[in-house]
Design a protein around this ligand. Sequence first.
Ligand SMILES: Cc1cc2nc3c(=O)[nH]c(=O)nc-3n(C[C@H](O)[C@H](O)[C@H](O)COP(=O)(O)OP(=O)(O)OC[C@H]3O[C@@H](n4cnc5c(N)ncnc54)[C@H](O)[C@@H]3O)c2cc1C
Length: 283
Amino acid sequence: MGECIYFAPTEIGEAVRLLAEYREKVTVVAGGTDLLPKINYYQLKPEVLLHIGRLGLDYIKEADGKLVIGAATPTSKLASNPLVAERASALAEAARQSGSAAIRTTATIGGNLANASPAADLATPLLILDAELLLTSTRGNRKVAINDFFVGPGKTVLEPDELLIEVSLPHQKGKSVFLKLGRRKAMTLSVVNVAVRLEMEGAQCKDARIALGAMAPVPLRCTRAESLIKGQVLDKSLIDRCAAEAVAESSPIDDQRATSWYRKKAGTVLVARALARAADMEG
Ligand SMILES: Cc1cc2nc3c(=O)[nH]c(=O)nc-3n(C[C@H](O)[C@H](O)[C@H](O)COP(=O)(O)OP(=O)(O)OC[C@H]3O[C@@H](n4cnc5c(N)ncnc54)[C@H](O)[C@@H]3O)c2cc1C
């Protein structure tokens, strides 16, 4: 790895001061589960490592009616926390299906988002839950809607001197569902993942959110598909049309995990299944 300066500050003020001083030279480390393989395989040679595990950003709480999650909260806590289960069940399910027990203990929610993989499992549930991200720097704080956070594979709106410190979720009505297809049952990145939230009144869909992972350069909100079912009485044929529309909004690639053709086929089935489950219309 060569010469590298390592900092592990205990205050956010000190962390952002270091970010402002070293800017592009700094690599933030949270759990290191995305970062360390890149360092080990010489894809990344950091000059300055800034560990954020001692900043007190590991928390899950309720504040002003919102569910608020610190950026350094490990995925294992999202999987087991009762507040997350009650208020954001799709996020809890995505956390449970992410990595392995060892990875979940180390991997953080902030790292999953800042890494900006199109397949990041926690991104799609946060998209359907209208999450807001809090970024900080020596210039102050700013809030970014998760829908505006991802710019491309591995790219976000984070400036070199900014740290993601918190994820907050407004209180949401309706039922949320997360489904993931990987090349095996566990310990694998998504070939495609789907998150759906539906607010139903009887068979009528009052509001809808649909998001797809690993189907575009960024985790994707499928707004045209959402419009198709908002205000409509749902039946199997409308659900199938909506699933086809969601996939029509995507632009999956061929890679080592699957072809674009397979992702579209599997994505259509997964969206339809998630919609039926969220609308209590399964079986
Ligand atoms: C074996 C294995 C299995 C995996 N399985 C899955 C899976 O099933 N699903 C899945 O989605 N992912 C999976 N991953 C990827 C990884 O575990 C997750 O993306 C994890 O959440 C990353 O978090 P981290 O804290 O380890 O991030 P790190 O590796 O520490 O950081 C990742 C990136 O984010 C930046 N960063 C981290 N925190 C912040 C912050 N607060 N502010 C600004 N920048 C920040 C870092 O600089 C780095 O660029 C797997 C990884 C491995 C090694």
